[in-house]
Design a binder for this molecule. Structure first.
Ligand code: ADP
Length: 177
C-alpha cells in the first residue's frame, strides 16, 4: 500500500467496504447465545479470515474481532479437551459468563482469542486517511461503523482491488506482483 496519492480526496470508507448494497450481510458472531455447532456452521459456510463479534444482532455494537484460524483451533480444542462439550454447548466471548446454565452442556469461553480493540473507521472517513493507518499499523483489516453500529469491513485486498480499479488496471497485476 504505497500510493495513497492515487486515492485522491473523494473516496470514503463506505465506497471500499463490504458488504455493499445488494451484497449479502456482514457475517458476525454474537458475544453470547451462539452454540459451538452454530459457529462451526458459520465457519463451514464462509471462507472469511475473521468475524466481528457484536453485542447482539439487533444492536450491531462492536465488541471485538476474532480470526477464523483461532476460532477453528479453539473450538477443536474445546471438543477434544474440555469434558462434555458438544454442538449444543454455548460459546461466550464475554468476560464474565453471566448465565451459567444450570442444566445443559458445559459452556466454551473464548474471550482469550478476541481482539478487543480492532481498528475502526466511520463510513465517512476518507480512504486516504484509512490507507495511511493501514500502512503504518500493518493492518490486515479494519471495521467500519456508523453511530456506533457496525456496518462493514475493509481488508487490505479490498483496498488494493479498489486502487487497481481506480487506476483502471487489472487487479491481479497489482496483487501478485
Ligand atoms: P481477503 O480480502 O484478504 O480475501 P477475506 O477472505 O477475509 O480477506 O475477505 C474476503 C472478502 O469478504 C473481502 O471483500 C471482505 O471485505 C469481505 N469480508 C471479510 N470478512 C467478512 C465477514 N465477516 N462478513 C462479510 N464479508 C466479509
Amino acid at each position: 500500500l504505497e500510493t495513497k496519492e492515487e486515492y485522491g480526496h473523494k473516496t470514503l470508507a463506505q465506497d471500499v467496504m463490504h458488504p455493499r448494497q445488494s451484497e449479502p450481510l456482514l457475517v458476525v458472531l454474537t458475544q453470547e447465545g451462539m452454540s459451538v455447532g452454530e459457529i462451526e456452521g458459520v465457519i463451514a459456510d464462509t471462507d472469511y479470515s475473521g468475524f466481528p463479534v457484536v453485542v447482539s444482532q439487533e444492536s450491531q455494537r462492536l465488541v471485538g474481532f476474532v480470526l477464523r484460524r483461532d476460532l477453528v483451533i479453539s473450538l477443536d480444542n474445546a471438543r477434544k479437551r474440555q469434558e462434555g462439550v458438544v454442538s449444543a454447548s454455548l460459546v461466550f466471548f464475554l468476560e464474565h459468563v453471566t448465565q451459567q446454565p444450570f442444566s445443559g452442556p458445559p459452556v466454551v469461553k473464548l474471550r482469550g482469542i478476541l481482539d478487543l480493540s480492532p481498528f475502526t473507521v466511520t463510513d465517512h472517513t476518507p480512504m486516504a486517511i484509512a490507507v495511511d493507518i493501514f500502512r503504518k499499523l500493518g493492518l490486515r483489516q479494519c471495521l467500519v461503523t456508523h453511530n456506533g453500529r457496525l456496518l462493514g469491513i475493509i481488508t487490505k485486498k479490498d483496498i488494493l482491488k479498489h486502487m487497481a480499479q481506480m487506476a483502471n488496471r487489472d487487479p491481479d497485476s497489482i496483487l501478485f506482483n
